[in-house]
Design a binder for this molecule. Structure first.
Ligand SMILES: [Zn+2]
Ligand SMILES: [Zn+2]
Ligand SMILES: [Zn+2]
Length: 353
């Protein structure tokens, strides 16, 4: 498959036991062919030894594999046994060297799995060509996969405890994965899941200029003090920022969410009673910064399509292109704006970070 990258991506796969990380790695590498290499960072060997050792210790201590009759104390004892055994077989940071090898220039994509340790993740996240994918599957499916892979026959509740012990700190970072691949059916379903996520898996490393400024507009909007929705604007000339703006009450006045505006505090419907509103819109606020005279060849990035009031103000400037992210359904503003300036909707999220 053709790729647009010079430096390849590093794709880390994380997921709980039996979720199918290895299958996903194989699918990706098969699809990408020689442009891709799969690197298993902890050996299946460790897991086999851990399992063998754990079951042996349980037998020695005459601990039943069936946990249904266990009391809390016995369950805690089992958990401790499994954790101690885990620490003997899986050493944190043992993969560091292997990971560091992956961080030198490599035009091929690298699929690293499984990512199990938050220190590994910290190291990898230093690079902006790394991203994390979570592989998820229902517990029964994971149980079946696990038993098949390790040729085991243990009860489901024992698997659950092993899963918790091995996946100990995984829940701390699973949510960092921007892409999830669901492994809920058979191999064919997994392939379909992969194809659906393909664009997200192999997304560009850097944001392009448009995504970059829209992303910044989304950061700017966090400063909004309006009770209603938050909007952010960045005005740019020759790819340099000349002004930013967000919505809220005039500078130095009581914030909207401190009852600075009655209309917003009554949760008035979008577009209704706008003449009673004491809040500036983000576009107005940013245009105030530059004035209308200096606005030649400037481009506006706004997180929300401008309202009619802002449209009028924008049209009095020389701003010649508007990029927006979220739509605002007011046809009057839309047709007027489209009549006079170039307007384009963009999605700022489609890049690695
Ligand atoms: Zn407000
Ligand atoms: Zn208001
Ligand atoms: Zn407006």
């Amino acid at each position: 498959m053709h790729s647009n990258y010079n430096q390849g991506l590093i794709i880390g796969l994380c997921g709980r036991l039996g979720s199918g990380k290895e299958e996903v790695a194989q699918i990706i590498s098969k699809y990408q062919g020689t442009e891709c290499q799969v690197i298993s960072i902890t050996e299946t060997m460790n897991m086999r030894e851990f399992l063998g050792d754990s079951l042996k210790k349980m037998e020695e201590k005459q601990m039943d594999l069936d946990l249904s009759s266990y009391n809390t104390k016995q369950l805690e004892e089992l958990e401790k046994l499994l954790k101690d055994t885990r620490d003997q077989h899986f050493h944190p940071h043992s993969t560091k060297q292997k990971l560091e090898c992956s961080l030198t220039y490599n035009p091929r994509h690298q699929i690293l799995y499984p990512i199990t340790d938050k220190y590994e993740l910290e190291l990898l996240y230093q690079r902006n060509y790394f991203h994390l994918i979570a592989v998820e599957a229902p517990i029964i499916k994971r149980y079946e996969n696990f038993m098949k892979k390790y040729q085991l026959n243990i009860p489901l509740d024992l698997f659950c405890i092993i899963d918790d012990v091995i996946s100990d700190n995984i829940s701390e970072f699973m949510h960092k994965a921007k892409v999830q691949i669901g492994n809920v059916g058979d191999q064919k379903d997994l392939l379909i899941s992969f194809y659906k996520k393909y664009q997200d898996i192999f997304r560009p490393i850097r944001p392009n200029w448009n995504q970059y400024f829209m992303h910044l507009a989304n950061v700017v909007k966090q400063r909004s003090n309006c009770m209603k929705r938050a909007v952010g604007v960045v005005i740019v000339k020759d790819n340099r920022i000349v002004a930013t703006g967000y919505n809220g009450t005039p500078y130095g006045k009581q914030n909207c969410w401190e009852k600075g505006c009655d209309r917003c505090n009554q949760n008035t419907k979008q577009g209704v009673d706008l003449e009673k509103c004491f809040c500036f819109h983000a576009e107005e606020s940013a245009i105030l910064e530059i004035g209308t005279k200096k606005s030649k060849n400037m481009v506006m990035y706004t997180t929300l399509f401008p309202c009619l009031q802002c449209t009028k103000i924008i049209l009095s400037t020389k701003i010649d292109k508007i990029y927006y992210e979220e739509d605002y359904d007011k046809s009057a503003a839309k047709s007027e704006l489209h009549k006079y300036v170039k307007v384009e909707q963009i999605d700022s999220s489609h890049y690695v970070h």
